[in-house]
Design a protein around this ligand. Structure first.
Ligand code: S3P
Length: 223
């Protein structure tokens, strides 16, 4: 038991060094939060990719609230996602999902992880575009399959060939996920490192690139 705790601590400590390297002395997180200017961060992407676990860590790094849309839907309905699908069907779930995301986005700045189908809804995409910076958390199918096989709570995968379901969903949904403001390709490192890399990506998109194009504009204007 003790050795398991020590091993865990060692992993955390090992990652901590890399996370500090990626995040610097806190300036990156402060700059990203400032550049968000009150907007939320919304994670979109296929089920199992890690939107909630990574989103929670990004929220911690940025000192923001974290909200999981599926959990909010479950609380509002007092039923699990599987039970909602089973008792009322998918269209009912989708209506509830749209309403809950709209409500959550109206509650101020936060990091929000959405269910894999939420971004397919044009109204939800509009609300996200108005109130948030969206991030497509992408991954290859093998990584996704490794993760979804750990839990049996996803109604769309209660099926003889879940890999085929995920493949088909990726084919139809990826072009829509690609409408998000930025895309991060997940890879096989700890969720803590992924979260730090995402904050770094947000820093590039929201702080560094806008600053360098403003400099260019100033240069052009002063010519
Ligand atoms: C769904 C994804 C699930 C959940 C529901 C439907 C989808 O969320 O909303 O089972 O359509 O892809 P996660 O992406 O969090 O698993």
């Amino acid at each position: 038991m003790t050795s398991a705790i020590n091993e865990h601590d060692q992993v955390e400590n090992k990652d901590q060094g890399s996370i500090t390297d990626i995040m610097g002395n806190g300036k990156i997180a402060a700059d990203v939060k400032y550049a968000l200017n009150g907007r939320s961060i919304v994670f979109v992407g296929i089920m199992g990719v890690g939107k909630s676990t990574v989103g929670r860590r990004v929220a911690r790094l940025l000192n923001m609230e974290f909200v999981d849309a599926d959990t909010e839907i479950e609380l509002a309905a007092d039923l699990s996602v599987s039970e909602i699908f089973e008792k009322f069907g998918e269209p009912y779930f989708r209506t509830g999902e749209r309403k809950v995301i709209e409500r959550v986005l109206g509650q101020g700045q936060q990091v929000l992880a959405t269910g894999g189908g939420a971004f397919m809804d044009p109204e939800t995409r509009d609300s996200i575009a108005n109130k948030a910076v969206s991030l497509w958390l992408d991954a290859d199918i093998d990584l996704v399959m490794q993760r979804v096989s750990r839990r049996k709570t996803r109604p769309l995968l209660q099926n003889a060939n879940p890999r085929k379901v995920i493949e088909d969903l990726m084919e139809t949904r990826n072009p829509i996920y690609a409408k998000a403001d930025c895309r991060f390709e997940s890879h096989d490192v700890s969720r803590d490192i992924i979260a730090a890399e995402i904050v770094q990506l947000l820093n590039q998109k929201l702080v560094e690139i806008p600053a360098s194009s403003a400099e260019q504009t100033n240069l052009q204007e002063s010519k």
